[in-house]
Design a protein around this ligand. Structure first.
Ligand SMILES: Cc1cc2nc3c(=O)[nH]c(=O)nc-3n(C[C@H](O)[C@H](O)[C@H](O)COP(=O)(O)OP(=O)(O)OC[C@H]3O[C@@H](n4cnc5c(N)ncnc54)[C@H](O)[C@@H]3O)c2cc1C
Length: 488
């Protein structure tokens, strides 16, 4: 029987392990984290997954228990292959590898259907990706479903499926090197409770994350200032998989100086907190404005749908003086603010006048702030109707930093402000991988016995990222890697 080792314990690793086992291999999954902290970044997510669907019938294959009432009160629209492919091309400025993107797009629905049949339940993302219009929830931005129970639910159901399939799972098992025989990979070195062990295998799948939690690599590859970012998720993704593959001759690829980073609560801890999950994120900025320490705006908050801008705006915040910003909203949009604005662990200021608010924004020049708001309010074209479900074109005129959509004068008290800094999610640079998840050598040939999936795949994301693609990518390439490894 083929023996496969899967390195990692998140979504990509679990999908790889289940697929390899189902294809007849004997599978061991080695997760660096202890059991209590298992599941990688995948466990910190909301479980939102981007998937191609041609209307409600496709969605019913993923959510068979969707009630008639839910269907009647929801306008799910469609999300075509072309739309997903275009979103990948546009946000990455046409740099993403078209073959990897095609595999991702084409396999998104079949892979999620496979996950569903293995026990992952999905539900519509009502609270985050839909607004009520004329009595119906209208979905927007191509992101429609999430795993039941969010990231923790996803990891639990995949772990359960892996156990049912008799995958051997070891926690607290850090893989430190690959074993080779000539050109082929034939095992790993693993350190478990201080003991080093060699485990032989016919194939190894690396699914052990990027290097976002490695402060030194962040600074080395992303650049100065990135040492100061907070890490949104697991502390265990320190680039081990990338390093050990490069050590045996694998080629690096992709946007090594780029990453996914968002606006994240100013006082969030250095690494993610599983009790808060993704609650430290603050993603409703398209309906307000963002100001820095000088009280000045520095990005077009309404440049595009939130899930096509949020992943690059963290870097914009990092590059502001003091690495922080405040998001400002007035009462007209308070009911549009996402759930994460109502958690207990929040940096918030509130006031009944802008003058009062200006004094409560820690670290912000009050006069600069008041001038910014005055100029902004005068620049809004209020003749265009406000509609949060479309790119409504309600913008500003004459400002140095425009706001292109959803612009509203800040004129209705109470005013609310939320303090944010930069939270890094994952890094874009990684290994050179084929669409069938084989790792290529620097000579351009597949390294026999070596496969990779998830965050450590280079070449998919550059500059930016369409929300909900990380989990789908991990699942698609994880499953492909598992199937390939089982045949090795
Ligand atoms: C707060 C937050 C919210 C997010 N929300 C979403 C969302 O809603 N939708 C979405 O698509 N994406 C989201 N993402 C991105 C998403 O989490 C990642 O793209 C995806 O989970 C990556 O999956 P993965 O399996 O490659 O990595 P991970 O899930 O991070 O798993 C990597 C695993 O490798 C293990 N590991 C590391 N080194 C070693 C080693 N040497 N030996 C053995 N094991 C090792 C780690 O312990 C970890 O378990 C979010 C991320 C964060 C942090």
């Amino acid at each position: 029987m083929t023996r496969v080792i899967v390195v990692g314990g998140g979504n990509a690793a679990l999908c790889a392990a289940i697929a390899a086992r189902e294809a007849g291999a004997e599978v061991a999954l080695l997760e660096r984290a202890p059991h209590a902290l298992r599941g990688g970044n995948s466990r910190f997510t909301a479980g939102a997954m981007r998937v191609v669907y041609d209307g409600v019938d496709d969605l019913m294959t993923l959510m068979p228990d969707l009630s008639r009432e839910e269907r009647e009160r929801s306008d799910f629209g469609i999300y075509t292959r072309e739309q997903f492919f275009d979103d990948m091309a546009n946000v990455t400025r046409y740099r993403c590898d078209p073959d990897l993107a095609e595999q991702l797009v084409n396999e998104s629905l079949p892979t999620l259907q496979w996950m569903q049949s293995r026990g992952v339940r999905f539900l519509p993302l009502y609270h985050k990706q839909a607004f009520k219009v004329d009595g119906k929830f209208r979905f927007w931005g191509g992101l429609t479903i999430q795993a039941w129970g969010g990231g923790p639910g996803l990891v639990d159901s995949l772990t359960e499926a892996a156990r049912r399939a008799s995958v051997e799972i070891r926690y607290g098992a850090r893989v430190t090197a690959l074993l080779t025989d000539g050109d082929s990979v034939n095992g790993v070195v693993v350190r478990c409770a201080g003991v080093e062990e060699q485990i032989k295998a016919d194939a190894v799948v690396l699914a052990c994350g990027g290097f976002e939690s490695n402060t030194e690599w962040r600074t080395r590859y992303l650049g100065p200032g990135w040492d100061l970012a907070r890490v949104r998720g697991t502390r265990f993704n320190t680039g081990d998989g990338i390093r050990i593959a490069i050590d045996v001759g694998a080629a690096s690829r992709g946007h090594w100086s780029g990453c996914h980073a968002v606006g994240w609560d100013m006082n969030a801890p250095a690494y993610g907190d599983l009790d808060v999950g993704d609650g430290f994120q603050k993603h409703s900025y398209p309906f307000g404005i963002l100001v820095n320490a000088d009280g000045e705006r520095f990005v077009d908050e309404g440049a595009d749908f939130r899930n096509l801008t949020y992943a690059r705006y963290g870097a914009e915040v990092l590059h502001q003086p003091g690495q922080f910003a405040w998001q400002i909203f007035d009462a007209k949009v308070s009911d549009l603010l996402r759930d994460e604005y109502r958690i207990r662990q929040i940096t918030k200021a509130e006031a009944s006048s802008l003058e009062e608010l200006a004094l409560r924004l820690d670290g912000v020049d009050a006069e600069g702030f008041l001038t910014t708001v005055k100029d902004f309010n005068q620049a809004v074209d209020t003749s265009v109707p406000f509609d949060p479900t479309i790119l409504d074109g309600r913008g500003t005129t004459g400002l140095q930093v425009p706001k292109s959509n959803w612009a509203n004068p800040l004129d209705t008290p109470p005013f609310q402000a939320f303090g944010i800094t930069c939270g890094i999610t994952f890094t874009f640079g990684g290994l050179h991988v084929t669409p069938d998840s084989r790792v290529l050598s620097e000579e351009g040939d597949p390294i026999p016995g070596l496969f990779a999936a998830g965050e450590l795949v280079g070449g998919l994301f550059y500059f930016n990222y369409p929300g909900g693609t990380g989990l789908t990518s991990g699942a698609v390439f994880g499953r492909t890697a598992g199937l390939g490894a089982a045949k090795a």
